[in-house]
Ligand binder design. Structure first.
Ligand code: PHE
Length: 345
């Protein structure tokens, strides 16, 4: 039995030695110390045939062999587990000194770029920048602007009427920013210099130059002795500031119930240079924005004495200006949210 135990010890040592994974090692442990088939137990079965003296000796010997081997297994186990961790770390190694991936940043929409630039120009001229409601009352959008119900000029500004639960005043998605003229005059009185950039809506079929949603910037200046000369001067400063070049302009008479006289300010089409294209509808001229002297009825609605004060107003087509500035041929791209389009700016 002594020899058998000796042999087992040598063989087990070799097995432990050659184990290369924790799993191998486990198998070795079972092979020698397994409760049923373990080789040590098989040998110890022979104990019962020995004398009391020999039993004692062999029992002690078997325990030595067992604890010796268990130490070896423990040792090897630690070694193998360490190696496994090292291998994992190796496979997950990363170089923290490498340059990182650049995040993709968004940027200001071309519409906002131009809007902010215009705001800066007007602020430098002492204008306030106001915001107004997109859902406007019929009163401010039309009636206060000298455009009573059934006035034919409402036809050109058909819009989306909204049911009003409160019931008093009809609500509309504002067709222009002009409603803010009267709101601003009521709130701040005269003299006043304001601009109101904002989103407006029209019920119309869309094409390259029309959309149901677009942007305007209203301008209003009321003071003593304000004349068309002041209007033209401000328009010139504005155009130079925004287009960064001299453009040909023309003033045509234009009708709007809330200005008298009223004009259309046109510029030479910057897309085709006046040859004619889909954007300028082959006219060579682009209607940029209408303007005029504030109608006395509108001053009155704003609570301002028309015998003492006068003023001008303009309704700048912000969307059209952006199209001119960047050479955008289809207005619908601006609200498309299409990244391929937007990332060009
Ligand atoms: N609000 C008018 C429109 O949208 C434009 C306008 C504004 C005309 C101010 C004159 C003065 O058509």
């Amino acid at each position: 039995m002594k020899k058998e135990l000796e042999k087992l010890l040598q063989q087990a040592k070799k097995d432990i030695e050659s184990a290369t994974t924790p799993k191998d090692l486990e198998a070795v442990e079972v092979k020698y110390f397994g409760r049923k088939e373990g080789q040590l137990n098989l040998i110890l079965k022979g104990l019962k045939d020995l004398s009391a003296e020999e039993k004692k000796e062999m029992g002690a010997k078997a325990n030595d062999v067992k604890s010796h081997l268990q130490l070896l297994i423990e040792d090897k186990g630690q070694h193998l587990r360490g190696a496994a961790i090292d291998a994992k770390l190796e496979s997950e190694w990363l170089d923290v000194t490498l340059p990182g991936k650049k995040p993709v940043f968004g940027h200001t929409h071309p519409m906002s770029v131009v809007q902010y630039e215009l705001e800066d120009i007007f602020k430098s001229l002492g204008f306030m920048v106001l915001d107004g409601p997109q859902l406007e009352s019929d009163y401010y959008n039309f009636q206060a602007l000298n455009t009573p119900e059934h006035h034919p000029s409402r036809d050109s500004q058909d819009t989306f009427y909204v049911k009003n639960k409160a019931g008093n005043d009809k609500l509309v998605l504002r067709t222009h920013t002009s409603g803010m003229q009267v709101r601003a005059m009521q709130k701040y009185g005269a003299p006043i210099k304001v601009i109101v950039p904002g989103r407006v809506f029209r019920y119309e079929a869309s094409d390259a130059s029309h959309d149901n949603t677009f942007y305007q910037m209203e301008g209003l200046m009321v003071d003593k002795n304000i004349s068309i000369a002041n209007l033209i001067a401000i328009m010139k400063v504005l155009l130079k500031g925004i287009l960064k070049r001299d453009v040909k302009v023309r003033l045509r008479p234009g009708f709007f119930p809330f200005v008298e006289p009223g004009f259309e300010l046109d510029i030479n089409c910057l897309i085709c240079g006046g040859q004619g294209c889909s954007v300028c509808k082959h006219r060579g001229w682009l209607e940029l924005w209408p303007c005029g002297m504030v109608h006395p009825e509108v001053l009155k609605a704003g609570g301002i004495d028309a015998s003492e004060y006068s003023g001008f107003a303009f309704g700048l087509g912000l969307t059209r200006l952006v199209m001119m500035r960047y050479g955008i041929e289809d207005i619908r791209l601006l609200t498309s949210g299409d990244w391929r389009f937007l990332k060009q700016f």
